[in-house]
Design a protein. Structure first.
Ligand code: NAI
Ligand code: MG
Length: 366
């Protein structure tokens, strides 16, 4: 059977950028004999409009069964006043939680043609290609006890940083597996100097490495020093693995090394399924961009690069993932820009569809 994909395009620019991904999926079937069984469903505000819930049980079930879920974006001002339980982002949170997607992958990749866009010097970012793996389902955002309590005559706000050995081990394995498909190098970041959870984190990552991945180069760094190194010379890294809190900060920092929100893909991976593929959801980092929705202005590259990640990490099509990334690189080098990639000097932006078509033309030429 062909590998299966569930497309949840969502709201706002979600369906616009996903439209270009659908063209690319069709291209792979026609031109590379790489066919996928694609189904589509609703998530977010559009699912609420149709069914009164941002994610139906039936859609949830489908998401659990497919090899990969591709998501566009959810939300929009017309849904802002909905009750918490049916807000569009609850649909996305339910997917992440029920699929138990504990490893969040955020690449920071700099295409040479966009190196001027970075806030850093061009030679620091040109050719950059690193991956931050953030633990997504545990740590200080979830640990108990938590809450605002009264102690004596004042209030105290409490969160608990808590990691079990198995929670650390599974995200470490995700990072080592990724490293083997990339530069074979992992840097683990924590604060073992001041945090007990950091002490355990460092120990467990080292143990998993020594027992299961001795071929991968492993180093450890305190997360604050890591933040400095990420801005000083980011090309020293390949894969960085870190906890939920530090990963939240470090992945946002790394993202901005390379420029526009319209360029940033992501993946969230869980445990391997019976066929060996990890549970997986791929999505651009950006939201539904209501300010430009429906105008054909959105940059589809973040969503297209998310599909390239699916080719690499769900379907093990490393050559085809490279081919797609090279096609993106080519159109950027040719000077094609959506509005979000234009500097103050301006120019004529291309439409969402024109960008997608140019990438397909570059695939044809590859
Ligand atoms: P946003 O990411 O939607 O937009 C921020 C800015 O970046 C806007 O000016 C937008 O036009 C621009 N932008 C974003 N993606 C772009 C693209 N592909 N091409 C060109 N320009 C792009 O974040 P914002 O405005 O904070 O949130 C808008 C809505 O999206 C809200 O309802 C929010 O809840 C939702 N959201 C959803 C997310 C998701 O589905 N994972 C993530 C973040 C926000
Ligand atoms: Mg964040």
């Amino acid at each position: 059977a062909n590998p299966s994909i569930l497309i949840l395009a969502g709201d706002g620019i979600g369906p616009e950028v996903m439209g270009e991904v659908k063209k690319i999926i069709a291209w792979y079937g026609d031109k590379r004999g790489l066919a996928f069984d694609v189904s589509e469903d609703l998530v977010g505000g559009c699912a609420y409009d149709a069914h009164g819930t941002p994610l139906t049980d039936a859609t949830m079930e489908k998401a659990q069964e497919v090899d990969a879920v591709l998501l566009g974006a959810v939300g929009g001002p017309q849904y802002d006043s909905l009750p918490f339980a049916v807000k569009p982002e609850r649909g996305l949170l339910r997917l992440r939680k029920e699929m138990d997607l504990y490893a969040n992958l955020r690449p920071a990749q700099c295409f040479d043609a966009l190196a001027d866009f970075s806030s850093l010097k061009k030679d620091v970012v040109a050719g950059l290609d690193i991956m931050i793996v953030r633990e997504l389902t545990s740590g200080v955002y979830f640990g108990e006890p938590r809450g605002v309590f009264t102690e004596g005559n004042e209030r105290v706000g409490i969160n608990t940083q808590r990691y079990t050995e198995s929670e650390i081990a599974r995200v470490a394995r995700s990072a080592f597996e990724l490293a083997r498909k990339r530069g074979n190098k992992v840097c683990s970041m924590e604060k073992a100097n001041v945090m007990e959870s950091g002490v355990l984190w460092r120990e467990v990552v080292q143990e998993i490495h020594d027992k299961e991945y001795p071929d991968v180069a492993l180093s450890h760094m305190y997360a604050d020093a890591g933040a400095m190194q990420l801005t000083r010379w980011p090309k020293q890294f390949d894969v960085i693995v870190t906890d939920n809190l530090f990963g939240d900060l470090l992945s946002d920092l790394a993202a901005m090394l390379t420029g526009s929100l319209g360029m940033l893909p992501s993946a969230s991976l869980g445990a391997p399924m019976a066929n060996g593929r990890p549970k997986a959801l791929y999505e651009p980092v950006h939201g539904s961009a209501p300010d430009i929705a429906g105008q054909g202005k959105a940059n589809p590259i973040a969503c297209i690069l998310s599909f390239a990640m699916a080719l690499r990490y769900s379907f093990n099509e490393l050559t085809e993932a490279d081919r797609l990334e090279k096609a993106v690189e080519k159109v950027l080098a040719d000077g094609l820009r959506t509005g979000d990639l234009m500097g103050p000097e301006g120019g004529t932006p291309v439409s969402t569809a024109a960008m997608g078509d140019a990438i397909i033309a570059a695939l044809d030429a590859s």
